[in-house]
Write a protein that binds this ligand. Structure first.
Ligand SMILES: NC(=O)c1ccc[n+]([C@@H]2O[C@H](COP(=O)([O-])OP(=O)(O)OC[C@H]3O[C@@H](n4cnc5c(N)ncnc54)[C@H](OP(=O)(O)O)[C@@H]3O)[C@@H](O)[C@H]2O)c1
Length: 257
């Protein structure tokens, strides 16, 4: 696939690049600070577009000019507590969605495939209609993004949300080519709720749902690289991915009990 990578100079995006290359995607980075791209990264990129992701028209034009099939959105960084005064994180997400939808409208054809960074609190808790974030109010900015993406028509954007918990790099710097120890084979993925999520302790009066989440959440920290290999492999499935329209949780295999 031809993938437009947003956030290629960041923690997640820089490690998405080798994963996407490993799975034979053609990748163009859309960055506001091209000087941060190392020669190793530039060597594997099919192109670099300079701009801000808040510039919806520039982003849309980049999608149309390069005829991208897919977008990986890892730009911006959510606030752990509360919301930023500028609302930048939500503005970025809204701009990315609008650019994709408008590009699809102008180009017609099939929906643009997109993996977008979100967070663990946007996954289902074991209580019907309740999200983990209802009990663990961290990264609240993801909630507005979830509401926005769920309103989109599937003909325009074939989305999946990467609902990662804490991500720690296996390798200090992004490695090109992707090392053999970074693989989708190391993670479980599940649509809409965390893999292997258990319904425990909910019987405890009042605080049961909180205890259930607190007792399990720490087990969902993963590497950055393994789930990214999963996403790069999933992009290969295009519009046939079973994760389209889903929030996706990950867990390292060696942490599954
Ligand atoms: N790290 C984690 O543990 C974790 C866990 C779960 C979810 N996430 C989510 O993953 C995403 C990426 O996280 P990260 O750790 O990779 O963040 P990061 O290292 O801070 O990277 C953010 C990236 O966004 C780019 N960016 C910010 N504003 C931009 C703009 N207006 N136009 C273009 N590019 C812009 C930055 O570019 P510059 O280099 O120019 O600043 C950088 O490349 C976030 O949504 C975060 O909430 C992260």
């Amino acid at each position: 696939m031809k993938v437009l990578l947003l956030g290629a100079t960041g923690n997640v995006g820089s490690r998405a690049l080798p994963a996407l290359i490993k799975h034979s995607h053609t990748v163009v980075a859309y960055v506001r600070s091209p000087a941060k791209l190392t020669p190793e990264k530039r060597a594997v990129l099919a192109g670099v577009v300079t701009g801000s992701v808040t510039d919806k028209s520039a982003l849309k034009n980049a999608i149309l000019a390069h005829d991208f099939d897919a977008v990986f959105h890892a730009a911006g960084l959510a606030q752990p507590w509360g919301r930023s005064k500028t609302r930048e994180y939500n503005i970025i997400f809204a701009s990315v969605i609008a650019a994709i939808v408008e590009a699809r409208h102008e180009r017609r054809g099939s929906a643009i495939r997109a993996w977008l960074m979100s967070g663990f609190p946007m996954l289902d808790s074991a209580i019907p209609t309740r999200l983990i974030g209802d009990y663990m109010p961290m990264f609240p900015e993801h909630r507005e993004n979830l509401a926005l993406i769920q309103k989109q028509e599937k003909e325009n954007i074939a989305w999946s949300l990467f609902c990662a918990s804490q991500l720690s790099p296996k390798h200090k710097e992004a490695q090109i080519p992707a090392p053999d120890d970074c693989s989708a084979a190391n993670v479980f993925a599940r649509a809409d709720s965390p893999p292997e999520w258990r319904d425990t302790l909910q019987w405890v009066p009042l605080i049961g749902p909180y205890l259930n989440i607190l007792s399990q959440a720490a087990g969902y920290a993963t590497s950055v690289e393994d789930p990214l290999d999963f996403i790069a492999a999933d992009f290969v499935k295009g519009g046939k991915s079973e994760f389209i329209g889903k929030r996706v949780g990950f867990k390292l295999k060696n942490k599954v009990s």
